[in-house]
Design a protein around this ligand. Structure first.
Ligand SMILES: C[S@@+](CC[C@H](N)C(=O)[O-])C[C@H]1O[C@@H](n2cnc3c(N)ncnc32)[C@H](O)[C@@H]1O
Length: 418
């Protein structure tokens, strides 16, 4: 097959008998040999051999790149990754979102630094020998000893944690790693109630200096903390505040790029001093405190009780007086605000991969002048952008920030005016 282009999930796409054939690991322009997979709704093929490689294909900086599901574009040169991500997002906005081509400016992609050693969080599972990541398009973990995608302090942990975690056997479902600077925190997801063995293992990890704290997670949501698992990090754009991070709550994955993302998103919102801002999907406050430093007030909405607790504690410690935190579902809270007749000047939304389908109508009913959408899934961003346009918003500027090197993932910031 000859690969024509890359799809939204990062796979190569070739044309086969008039249908799209998806080939993970193949890149545009390549001539490849493919083993077809049993036909489902979507035609897929397993890459057998690259007969004529793309000039952008490189030797990946990780020996596991062919099998590990973590970095699906590691064989692609960093420059081409950036170009392809921009093409994917712009293509999704015009094709899926039906935004007219040329109706918004596209800024040069930001955050193009080193392509390894940048991730500050990861989830590991038990593999055949120790711990590992899920394999390509599979839930079978691939054993990992060292992971070059992670920050230096985390990179050797997959191998180093295997022996101390052995006593937990199959009761250990997953290990969440998180780092801030040189500090490491872990969460161990268990398959049942926390028992003495788990507490012992967690205490051993802390004593051995492998982590400054461990969270033990029960399936029903009860947790126990051992040591000091809450890490602190300077809040982007607000020198007085330190964000609180815990490995079982959402945190931006790129160690340094998040500050750039926040700076660009808040600038693109063009807030005024006396603005009332609404922030939906606020997490632990990554954007919130930077926004609060530029406007009169922020109402920050987030569904995770843990994230709201972490953010509220950061607010209190930093004496931030103009942010109100609401724990709840973004759509329902916004509908309540519309019913109460509350109005906002600007809105910042950073939804999960599934997007925010009602955002257009809600933003219109909340009277916002300007809106910034931060999205990590090009398809959801495009669908939601289409609905925002239907609701009367005009897309103006697109800024990509490359927070996920060596993968097809990218963070996109799209600014709209009413
Ligand atoms: C992509 S994260 C962004 C978090 C935050 N803006 C940050 O950068 O740290 C999405 C956040 O939305 C929250 N979330 C998911 N679904 C939600 C919903 N329906 N309503 C409110 N928050 C939701 C998640 O808990 C998560 O914190």
């Amino acid at each position: 097959m000859t690969v024509d282009r890359l799809g939204l999930e990062g796979e190569g796409i070739a044309s086969h008998q008039g249908r799209a054939l998806f080939i993970p690991g193949a890149f545009p322009g390549e001539r490849v040999r493919v083993q077809p997979e049993p036909a489902g709704k979507v035609l897929r093929g397993r890459l057998e051999d690259v007969v004529v490689p793309s000039p952008a294909r490189r030797t990946p900086p990780c020996p596991l790149a062919d099998r590990c599901g973590g970095c699906d574009w590691m064989h692609l040169s960093p420059e081409t990754q950036v170009e392809e991500k921009q093409r994917l997002v712009v293509d999704a906005l015009t094709r899926i979102g039906r935004l007219p081509a040329g109706s918004f400016d596209v800024l040069p992609t930001a955050g193009r630094g080193t392509d390894t050693g940048t991730r500050r969080r990861a989830v590991l599972h038990q593999a055949s020998q120790g711990l590992g990541y899920f394999g390509r398009r599979s839930h079978h973990p691939v054993d990992v000893d060292t992971c070059p995608a992670l920050l230096r302090v985390l990179a050797p942990l997959p191998g180093r944690l295997a022996a101390p975690l052995l006593p937990l056997g199959s009761s250990l479902k997953a290990v969440h790693l998180l780092a801030e600077g040189e500090s490491v925190s872990l969460a161990l997801a268990l398959d049942g109630p926390v028992r003495a063995k788990a507490r012992e293992v967690a205490a051993t990890l802390v004593r051995a200096g492998l982590a400054q704290g461990v969270v033990l997670l029960e399936p029903q949501g009860r947790v126990e903390e051992v040591g000091r698992p809450v890490l602190q990090s300077p809040a982007p754009g607000n020198a007085g505040v330190r964000l609180r991070l815990r490995p079982d709550a959402f945190a931006q994955a790129h160690a340094t790029g998040a500050a750039l993302l926040v700076e660009r998103a808040v600038d693109m919102l063009a807030p005024r001093r006396d603005d009332r801002a609404l922030e939906l999907y606020a997490g632990n406050g990554t954007f919130t405190f930077a926004l609060a430093a530029r406007v009169a007030s922020v109402l920050a909405v987030e569904s995770s009780a843990l994230s709201v607790a972490l953010a509220s504690s950061a607010s209190r410690a930093g004496a931030v007086a103009n942010v109100r935190w609401v724990q709840g579902e973004a759509g329902r809270v916004s509908e309540g605000l519309v019913r109460e007749g509350v109005r906002f000047d600007v809105l910042l939304a950073d939804p999960p991969r599934t997007g925010a389908p009602k955002l257009g109508a809600l933003a219109r009913n909340l009277g916002v002048r300007r809106l910034v959408y931060v999205g990590c899934d090009a398809g959801s961003l495009a669908r939601d952008a289409g609905r925002l346009v239907e609701s009367g918003f005009r897309p103006e500027v697109l800024q990509l920030v490359d927070l996920f090197p060596n993968t097809h993932h990218v963070e996109a910031v799209l600014a709209f005016s009413a």
